[in-house]
Design a protein around this ligand. Structure first.
Ligand SMILES: O=P(O)(O)O[C@H]1O[C@H](CO)[C@@H](O)[C@H]1O
Ligand SMILES: O=c1cc[nH]c(=O)[nH]1
Length: 235
């Protein structure tokens, strides 16, 4: 058990899927896993372990933003020895070629600041996905009916941004979408030699202003979950 995860060491699988929303974790466990049981409810940040096609999998909420993700990913890696961490999130699209409900697979995650920024001092570290997971996810995407985009994303630490120029700079540099956790997840995976990937479903569009309601963000991103599970065990 750790400060934020009330599970025994053996309760957590080597592969962990991490939605920001703890209720998305519950939906994923109930919908995709066999024999899922709740292994964490400290602070309501739900976690479940079960099996998918015979493989043990944990789904653990990360909360919103890099400080929260950093707490859960640090404890999963350092205390529970998790090897593969895949974020299953929502994001805002930043390009006209991307539609609502499309899936974005994050090759890199640019950030202005993360909990790890202070380590790098004068350097701009480039947080990137594990190649075998990225490649397996891209291959699995071929069987989906939705649009799938592979490229750079922007991990912001503010949802209600007072600096529209930052989003504008990201869009001009081909960044596909904005979310709030992947850069820190990728940095921690690099530091501890683990595998990480972030897969996001487009829940809203910064250019068209379309947006999905909260219940759909919680319970309707099945394609993304399939993609993440296949990447975890085929990559
Ligand atoms: O839907 P999740 O996975 O929480 O991801 C996105 O949604 C939250 C903001 O609404 C942030 O956590 C952002 O990264
Ligand atoms: O962080 C996020 C998530 C979804 N949509 C956004 O605009 N930002």
């Amino acid at each position: 058990m750790t400060l934020h995860i009330g599970a025994k060491t053996d309760d957590i699988a080597d592969v962990v899927l991490m939605p920001g929303d703890p209720y998305r974790a519950k939906w994923v466990a109930e919908t995709f896993l066999t024999d899922a049981r709740c292994i964490n409810n400290v602070r309501g940040m739900l976690g479940f372990t079960g099996t998918w096609q015979g493989h043990r999998v944990t789904v653990q909420g990360s909360g919103m933003g890099m400080p929260s993700m950093s707490i859960y990913a640090n404890e999963l890696i350092r205390d529970f020895d998790v090897q593969t961490l895949i974020r299953i999130g929502s994001c805002g699209a930043m390009q006209n070629t991307i539609a609502l409900r499309d899936i974005i697979i994050a090759m890199t995650a640019t950030t202005y600041a993360s909990p790890s920024s202070s380590i790098f001092r004068d350097l701009n570290f480039s947080p990137c996905a594990d190649f075998s997971l990225l490649s397996a996810a891209a291959q699995a995407a071929a069987s989906l009916q939705v649009g799938v985009h592979v490229g750079g994303i922007y991990s912001s630490d503010t949802f209600y941004d007072e600096r529209p120029d930052l989003n504008e700079a990201m869009m001009r540099h081909g960044i596909l979408g904005v979310e709030m956790e992947a850069a820190e997840l990728y940095t921690l995976a690099a530091r501890y030699g683990r595998r990480a990937l972030a897969v996001m479903t487009v829940s809203d569009h910064l250019l068209t202003k379309e947006a999905l309601p909260a219940d759909q963000r919680e319970r309707s991103f099945a394609d993304m979950v399939h993609l993440a599970l296949r990447a975890a065990f085929e990559g």
